[in-house]
Design a protein around this ligand. Sequence first.
Ligand SMILES: Cc1ncc(COP(=O)(O)O)c(C=O)c1O
Length: 417
Amino acid sequence: MSEFTYRNGMLHAEGVSVVDLAERFGTPLYIYSRTHLIRQYQALAEAMKPIAPQFYFAIKSNSNLAVIETLGAQGAGADVVSGGELFRALRAGISADRIVFAGVGKTVAEIDYALSEQIRFFTVESEEELTRISERAVAAGCVGRIAIRVNPDVDPHTHKYTSTGKAENKFGVDLSRAEKAYEQALQLPGIEVAGLHMHLGSPIMTPAPYAEALEKVRPLCERLKKEVETFRHLDIGGGLGISYRPEQAPLDPRDFASAVLPALHGLGLAVGMEPGRFYTGNAGILVTRVEYVKQNPFKKFVIVDAAMNDLLRPPLYEAHHEIVAVQQTDEQIFGDVVGPVCESADFMAQNRELPAVESGNLLAILSAGAYGFVMASNYNARGRAAEVMVSGDRVEEVRARETWEELVQGERIPTWE
Ligand SMILES: Cc1ncc(COP(=O)(O)O)c(C=O)c1O
């Protein structure tokens, strides 16, 4: 169920008119629904209740402090992939013992930071990383808890850029080497073997890949559980799919639960999950104003004030986002929605039936709450959009629009003297 609905022909975010928000905060504007975030959290928690997993919100999907805080207040921890994300999670009030740290390229500084905060565990992506965490933990006189990210070589049936659990992907340690990696971990000083991790990719639209991967890693988990006293966690990653098109069914948490619970029951391990998009994707829209409608000899271009620097998913993944008029109309035109950035890749929709709009009208790009603002850049010296959060009739600006002054902050012209 969406929290972005029409009332008297005008799009609303929960109880608030999107036109009013665009006038008050300007465009392009990201709008997040707090109710949707909470509802998604609760739906998954309810479905998985028989094993009560710890949810680690994958903050890479949307790392605004208000979003992290909303989910943290529901009980979520955080899955982070950089020192910056760890900083954000802590700043938003997530306690370190509910934070896990993944990523193939953790630097010494990032490892030191996470060790000093005593996070729950590192999701280790290579044997070399194990050695590095061991050395840093010994140097700091502490223990680094780790879960090896096992790559189970399962096809998640998603875009090649968002598949992470196939043998050819850079992530994790393949299943055939995992046992050796655990042996290495058990010998290393300063390391505590806390669990096993996997993440297959995203968005995953059926539970089958999870069930297949669990079948593959289960024997290893059982063995480690028996042999290693500290081995207590199984983190099954994120990637749960949402609907990006009206006709597309999202991954139903109840179907997901039915498929994975049999494999998880009886393992005796604390299960972790790392949903990102499932919480945030349909919690957000990107509102943009039409600047021009241009007809060239081949097609029509609706030129808007949002661009690929605001929402990269269409050019990066050929991702589909529904685009609707903020003021409802039955009339349609056919063409592309493009931004002002100087790239032909700067599009939000191509060759589509679109609402008939003209200069000054507002459009809403749907399902933009995940991997939207977080991928924004300053390309073409464009300031990043403002972000607001709505809860019922209330609105809070949760990130101010970036100013031109902020664009040049930190830069200086050398004097060469
Ligand atoms: C390790 C890990 N966990 C969780 C996620 C979250 O994926 P999603 O937002 O699709 O749930 C990702 C996404 O890249 C990931 O790499």
